[in-house]
Design a protein around this ligand. Structure first.
Ligand SMILES: [Ca+2]
Ligand SMILES: [Ca+2]
Length: 154
């Protein structure tokens, strides 16, 4: 997914990852007018959320159907192996992707203090403080994001 979207894998969290048997060769997700082979196809349903804001300041959740029991959408898993079945807009606001943890529009030492105070904490993505990339843990990646934006809005 990261390659497909041209964004950093660190901004993506897995919402759902379940083994499924699709009832047809189209992975339960036919294109309009497509004829699907009537074969049971084992695969996975992967729902991934990107809280990285795109150029329109929108964030997206994607539902992938895969044809193999793979956990990653690596570059060598070409389109025959997975389909994007649904994409819907989600709120971007849970995780401050620029490191502005207190939401005052500036990325400065106060945000650093918040990051340090919560460093190492784990929890539900979007519900913990200091988690800039929304992966459910406050760690060095979040520090890197904060550092990259330090001084903005001052
Ligand atoms: Ca701030
Ligand atoms: Ca994080």
């Amino acid at each position: 997914m990261a390659e497909a979207l041209g964004i950093d894998i660190r901004y993506i969290s897995i919402v759902e990852n379940t083994d499924v048997e699709w009832r047809d060769g189209c992975l339960g997700c036919p294109e309009p007018g497509e004829k699907c082979a009537q074969v049971i196809t084992p695969g996975k349903k992967l729902v991934l959320k990107s809280l990285y804001q795109d150029s329109n300041n929108k964030c997206w959740q994607y539902e992938y159907h895969t044809a193999r029991l793979v956990n990653s959408l690596a570059l060598n898993d070409h389109c025959a192996q997975y389909r994007i079945c649904e994409m819907k807009e989600v709120g971007c606001s849970q995780c401050p992707a620029n490191g502005d943890f207190n939401g005052d529009g500036k990325v400065n030492e106060f945000d650093y203090g918040i990051l340090i105070a919560h460093f190492g904490e784990e929890g539900v993505p979007g519900e913990i403080t200091g988690d800039a990339n929304c992966d459910g843990v406050v760690d060095e990646f979040d520090y890197g994001i904060f550092f990259a934006h330090f001084g903005e809005g001052e």
